[in-house]
Unconditional design. Structure first.
Length: 140
């Protein structure tokens, strides 16, 4: 019981939590991004243009974010940088695409947004390529 009530953070526990968050949101966002990638390659683009961009440019930016940045999160490479396009994508989805929809339609985007903001703040943790690269730079 004492351990459950402990408020001090342990670096290993935080790194495991960050790893689980990276894997969870990374894989779940890939489920959204891969069909968009297929749409882009098929040429049959049924996607909204936002902020004055054409549907094709909107789709390319979304695919970049949801596929490439999600893969970077999964492996923990450039995690904070990869979180930024994902945050922007979720803000566009929540505020512009689903702006007039009821809260229930925005909820998933808000959950992703929250996860990406946490990753932006915490980084990738010690179980990541970022950590490997940092330890390599320290040894030089």
């Amino acid at each position: 019981m004492k351990k459950l009530m402990q408020i001090e953070l342990n670096e290993s526990s935080v790194s495991i939590a960050v790893l689980l968050l990276r894997f969870g949101v990374g894989i779940m966002m890939l489920v959204h991004g891969i069909p968009k990638l297929q749409m882009l390659f098929s040429g049959d683009i049924q996607f909204p243009g936002v902020m004055g961009m054409s549907p094709t440019i909107s789709l390319v930016l979304t695919v970049f974010s949801e596929v490439l940045c999600s893969i970077l999160l999964l492996i923990g490479l450039f995690t904070r940088i990869a979180a930024i396009p994902l945050i922007v994508t979720m803000l566009v989805a929540v505020l512009m695409i689903h702006g007039s929809d009821p809260y229930a339609m925005k909820e998933l985007g808000l959950f992703y947004l929250l996860g990406y903001v946490v990753l932006l703040i915490l980084g990738s943790g010690k179980y990541s390529f970022d950590a490997i690269m940092q330890s390599y730079r320290i040894k030089e």
